[in-house]
Design a protein around this ligand. Structure first.
Ligand SMILES: *Cc1c(COP(=O)(O)O)cnc(C)c1O
Length: 412
């Protein structure tokens, strides 16, 4: 950062403060991860300098021969990683990837069937505060109130009644396996398209730790920065029959020039994800989540649906008589970063909530394993069961900082 600290010491100082926060704390936000130096280098490279509107071989600007090579590599690697016929790596984010699918295959005013936001869905699946809820009609399914898992029979019934144009599956706060085949069959039964948004679980799908949606549903959208451990961005995969419509919806449909430095970094991320070590990493994410979930439930804390199949868990704090907000603040003071989250049948506002979402991708990237998860579970319990005890919070904070200092911030 030698140039930055000369040109803009203010920003350099902020970045250094943030680096220390990341190094000294435990990042348990389920949607976050830590990227490699290689990904960072590609992101911070001169690949940011040029316009490349269009696609490889069909650009609106000259001088794109090397940009074409980079985007082609990114596309080919992503296709190989998921077994996809077609890939578009240009969406700036997961929300943009979803927008492209809606724009390509729905007219304004047609209907989306998707998961309720407060039961695990995402804003871009039809929330009234998102463009999706303004441009489209929305019908939403939740989880079974008893099992707190998806009930495919009920979703099928809803699909028959609501006749949606697109059925969306995939979630931001669902700790269980999603049956993509069941969703596509429900869609086929009512003449709808099926879109799987695997933003959270993409790394697990790519490595077969969670069933893959690609080749099973019509369209798969994802982010590249969650379990996939790449730069902040989005991508879309589909069969060749939908390729042209998807590509046109991304550009010129809703974006201008692609972020080519990010696309180069996506290519690096996909190459990393193709390595056997990434499969080991993905397995460890899930092992770590199981051990952490087990420690929390053994200590008397309740998890929605009783546990987890993937990288995240949702804690229900109702019995402790504390809110998600209070828990997030107390754990934050102890150096453990998590986020408050609504739980099924939530009674509080999304700014307060009765739950916490906890995920293992980032701490697993640092090389932490089962023993650390047991330790973290014990610390979380300690803080939550004595939430107003500042001495306990300080003590846990000291222990957290000591453990965090033993682990690198960058995966190999
Ligand atoms: C994170 C997430 C997204 C959106 O990602 P952004 O890059 O923040 O737009 C979309 N869908 C799901 C299910 C997500 O969890």
């Amino acid at each position: 950062m030698s140039y930055l600290s000369k040109t803009d010491p203010e920003i350099a100082d902020i970045i250094e403060k943030e680096r220390l926060r990341q190094q000294n704390g435990l990042e348990l936000i389920a949607s976050e991860n830590l990227v490699s130096y290689a990904v960072l280098e590609a992101m911070g490279s001169i690949m940011t300098n040029k316009y490349a509107e269009g696609y490889p071989g069909k650009r609106y600007y000259g001088g794109c021969e090397f940009y074409d090579m980079a985007e082609n590599l990114a596309r080919e690697r992503l296709k190989k990683l998921f077994g996809a016929e077609h890939a578009n790596v240009q969406p700036h984010s997961g929300t943009q990837a979803n927008m492209a699918v809606y724009f390509a295959f729905m007219k304004l005013g047609e209907k989306i069937l998707s998961m309720k936001l407060n039961q695990g869905g995402h804003l871009s699946h039809g929330s009234p505060v998102s463009f999706t809820g303004k441009f489209y009609q929305v019908a939403q399914y939740g989880v079974d109130p008893k099992t707190e898992m998806l009930d495919y029979g009920i979703i099928d019934e809803m699909a028959r009644k609501e006749k949606p144009q697109i059925i969306v599956c995939g979630a931001s706060a669902y700790p269980r396996t999603i049956d993509f085949k069941a969703f596509q069959e429900i869609a086929d039964g009512v003449g709808a398209y099926c879109m799987a948004d695997i933003a959270h679980i993409a790394g697990l799908c790519a490595t077969g730790i969670h069933p893959n949606s690609v080749g099973v549903v019509n369209f798969t959208t994802t982010t590249t920065h969650k379990t996939l451990r790449g730069p902040r961005g989005g991508a879309i995969m589909c069969n060749n029959e939908y390729a042209q419509a998807i590509d046109k919806a991304v550009f010129p449909g809703m974006q201008g020039g692609p972020l080519m430095n990010t696309i180069a970094a996506k290519a690096v991320c996909f190459e990393e994800a193709l390595k056997p070590s990434f499969k080991e990493y993905s397995k460890q994410i899930v092992k770590n989540a199981r051990v952490l979930a087990g420690t929390l439930t053994d200590n008397g804390l309740r998890l929605v649906s009783g546990g987890t199949d993937n990288h995240l868990m949702l804690m229900d704090l109702t019995e402790q008589g504390i809110t998600g907000l209070e828990a997030e603040v107390a754990l934050g003071k102890a150096g453990i970063t998590v986020n408050k989250n609504t739980i099924p049948n939530e009674t509080k506002s999304p700014f307060v909530t009765s739950g916490l979402r906890i995920g293992t991708p980032a701490v697993t990237s640092r090389g932490m394993k089962e023993a650390e998860m047991r330790q973290i579970g014990t610390w979380i319990t300690k803080v939550l069961k004595d939430i107003h005890n500042e001495a306990v919070i300080r003590e846990v904070h000291t222990d957290v900082t000591m453990m965090a200092s033993r682990f690198t911030l960058h995966p190999e």
